[in-house]
Design a protein around this ligand. Structure first.
Ligand code: BLA
Length: 513
């Protein structure tokens, strides 16, 4: 499967990943009609897994295959409001091979779907309520997003035993960034790696809102087809949105192969009904987490989602306090310096830190001063200021991709992809403009891309290296986005400057009289 260019991305988006028609082979799947509980779908590995003949099973009743006890337990679970598809029921099933099984059941439309896995557990996968309690208490103590995410990757890694656990956070445009990572010491780091939105197509993101925990147990698996009863009159393609055994998109499998990954576990992080990010676990070898571990991962993911909202609020508050402190210092300088321009020049660092800019330009009463990294072409900058003044009223304006908005200024993108324009009202043409450089230039691909990932690069196939290039293309000429708080801080600064100018004018008048 060679993937190149926009067509490939478009075809990614069209792949119906919820109806693959096959499962991963580490379990079996049966589906039955909700009304009469007659089996309509059966996975092709039934015979091999259970030791029972698959002949004649399609069309018979679920209870004749699973036994009355298991059927009763399944129906009772589905009736209970607290049952989630990720909760496994441990039941005995009259299979000649391994009768003790984990059963996961859910209803989708008029279909009852039953997934059956081995109940055998590797000892290190035993989990307990005590363990869950310790993890949850630990996460609740975190006071910043960084601390929370670092704690989470550590805990999830020790709980699940994967070689690498990362947290991806999505930007507004849907691109991803690895914001926390814990991994085996001999593995390269992907921390701070960015990748383009197209790596996780929209239908997958929608599906992940419904199926919060997903596993690929063995990247080299052979999909097991789902067989349909020949006389079945209903919808023959089974909707596998909630199936843990769902066979995964070949495009994604290839990507993982190219990264050298043998197994994955994904946990959705959801904020306000949107996918905020996800926990992504990689293992070099195949790995099958127990149903208990997956269930606990679901709980942790939900808790993490809530805590993310909580610490994000706290961080906003902290940022606000920091901005107020900076404003106060700038205010002090305005009070003591002989002129407003002098005060602003003296406060250069505070002025840039106030809105996290790389550089700034101040124009005041016919004077102009530059701070930090600003475009060198003075004539072009003069044009830019004229343009900004002509287009905008007196509100502060933020721009994240100047070259896209005004192609004539594209050459300034390196240092001025982003700008925050704050007109000052006293004199026409007076303003402060803060600049932010191009994001892609300031971000590194987890060190040296050639060393960190050992894959064939220029095959035109999906790979993280290609991802990073694609991401760089998409965000070329874009800066880090401005926050609402940056605009607020700029307005506060304008108030300080206005009163500083007023104060100076009054002092001047007093001296004259
Ligand atoms: C799914 N792609 C995913 C998922 C991740 C990534 C995390 C979700 C997997 C899950 O939770 O089960 C991407 N994973 C990454 C990246 C890194 C990583 C970037 O570890 C880097 C460190 N993907 C492409 C292209 C296509 C594509 C070009 O890059 C389309 C041709 C498709 N990705 C794709 C699809 C899915 C996916 C279809 C859904 C897989 C599924 O659930 O069936």
């Amino acid at each position: 499967l060679a993937v190149a260019g926009q067509d490939a991305f478009a075809s990614c988006e069209r792949e119906p990943i919820h109806t693959p028609g096959s499962i991963q082979p580490h379990g079996i799947l049966l589906a039955a009609c909700m009304q009469d509980l007659c089996i309509t779908h059966l996975s092709g590995n039934f015979e091999e897994s259970t030791g029972l003949s698959a002949r004649g099973i399609l069309g018979t009743s679920l209870s004749s295959v699973l036994g009355q006890d298991a059927c009763t337990a399944i129906l009772a679970a589905l009736d209970s409001e607290s049952y989630a598809p990720a909760n496994a029921l441990v039941v005995n099933i009259p299979f000649p091979k391994q009768p003790r099984r984990n059963v996961l059941a859910h209803r989708i439309d008029d279909v009852l779907v039953v997934e059956i896995e081995d109940a055998s557990l590797a000892p290190e996968q035993e989990t307990s309520l005590y363990r869950a309690h310790v993890i949850i208490q630990g996460l609740r103590r975190a006071s910043s997003l960084e601390q929370l995410c670092n704690g989470a990757v550590n805990e999830i890694r020790s709980l699940t035993g994967y070689d690498r656990v990362m947290i991806y956070r999505f930007t507004e445009a849907g691109h991803g960034q690895v914001i926390a990572e814990d991994m085996r010491a001999d593995q390269p780091s992907y921390f701070n790696l960015y990748y383009p939105a197209s790596d996780i197509p929209p239908q997958a993101r929608r599906l992940y809102l419904l199926q919060r925990v997903r596993t690929i147990v063995d990247m080299s698996y052979r999909p097991v087809p789902i067989l349909v009863a020949p006389d079945f009159k209903g919808e023959s393609t089974l909707d596998m949105t909630l199936c843990g055994l769902r066979s995964v998109s070949p495009a994604h499998i290839e990507y993982m192969h190219n990264m050298g990954v043998g197994a994955t576990l994904g946990i959705s992080l959801i904020r306000d009904g949107q996918l905020w990010g996800m926990v992504v676990c990689h293992h070099l070898e195949p790995r099958k987490p127990s149903t208990a571990v997956r269930s606990l991962c679901d709980v942790i993911g939900q808790l993490l989602s809530l805590l993310i909202v909580q610490v994000a609020e706290g961080e906003k508050l902290k940022k606000n306090i920091e901005q107020q402190k900076l404003l106060q210092r700038i205010g002090n300088s305005l009070d003591s310096a002989p002129t407003v321009m002098q005060a602003l020049r003296d406060s250069a660092d505070d002025l840039m830190q106030l809105v996290h800019a790389d550089g700034a330009l101040i124009r005041l009463g016919g004077q102009q001063h530059m701070l930090g990294r600003v475009p060198e072409d003075a004539a072009k900058v003069a044009c830019l200021i004229k343009k900004l003044h002509s287009e905008f009223s007196d509100e502060p304006i933020t721009i994240e991709a100047l070259g896209e908005l005004h192609p004539e200024f594209r050459e300034l993108s390196d240092v001025a992809s982003g700008l925050l324009f704050l007109p000052l009202a006293n004199n026409p043409g007076d303003a402060i403009i803060w600049f932010r450089g191009e994001l892609a230039r300031t971000v590194e691909w987890a060190g040296d891309p050639n060393k960190s990932i050992d894959i064939s690069l220029d095959t035109g196939r999906v790979s993280p290296r290609k991802s990073f290039r694609a991401w760089r293309e998409v965000v070329r000429g874009h800066s880090l986005p401005w926050a609402v708080t940056d605009q607020g801080a700029a307005l506060d600064l304008r108030r300080l400057i206005s009163s500083g100018l007023l104060h100076n004018a009054e002092a001047h008048l007093a001296r004259l009289s």
